[in-house]
Ligand binder design. Sequence first.
Ligand code: ZN
Length: 244
Amino acid sequence: MDPRLTTLLELQKVLSEQQEIENEYKVIPNKRNQLLSFINNLKEETKLAEHKFKQHEVEQKNCELELQQGQETRVKKEAQLLTIKTNKEYQATLSEIDALDRKNTRNDEKLLELIELVEKEREIYHEKKKEFEEKESKFHNELNELEEREKGLAARLEKAKSKTQTVAQNVNPDLYRRFIRVFQGKQGVAVATANGGHCSACSIKLTPRTLQMARRSQDIVVCEGCSRFLYWDAALEEDQSVSL
Ligand SMILES: [Zn+2]
């Protein structure tokens, strides 16, 4: 085999390894952001639930107070009735008591609603808080794991890159550039076998001349369909009948 071709096959191998690590490495920031935004959303939801519950709790207390005052005022007004001398004043106090009764009834109903609401919101808040605390400790573990993985991948990536560099040194710069163009343009596969008379990557039927050249493996030959570098895989030869 043309030694250039051997080196290109080697280049394909180290580049593939490098790319695989790169792909794993580059999604890590995204994963970290997902984790962060999940936990921050949960924190925000917990805060909101707490705020809502506490706000209604204050409203409930105010309502309780108002109702209590209203009831006390009613008792006083009723006591006043006994001391009133004129009919006019008596009637006026009676209608004041009536108004108080209506107000107290409204507050009583409002208070019942608020008690129910606060109870429900307190439960929601405690559930959220519990969920947040559980997820938070899990989140820290996941974040640490991710960091460890990132470090490991960075180290592996450095090694892979230097391996690629070592192989690339043995490739003519022009050929290297051509190869990288195909590698990047063809989803990370720059080589294909010509066994069977077809390009193994794009399946095009190769011309007899291309096929012959590829079979001899004595020159750099590319597929007419996809521009990938063709080679002849001797291991496959036994299984394939090829007519030249
Ligand atoms: Zn092809």
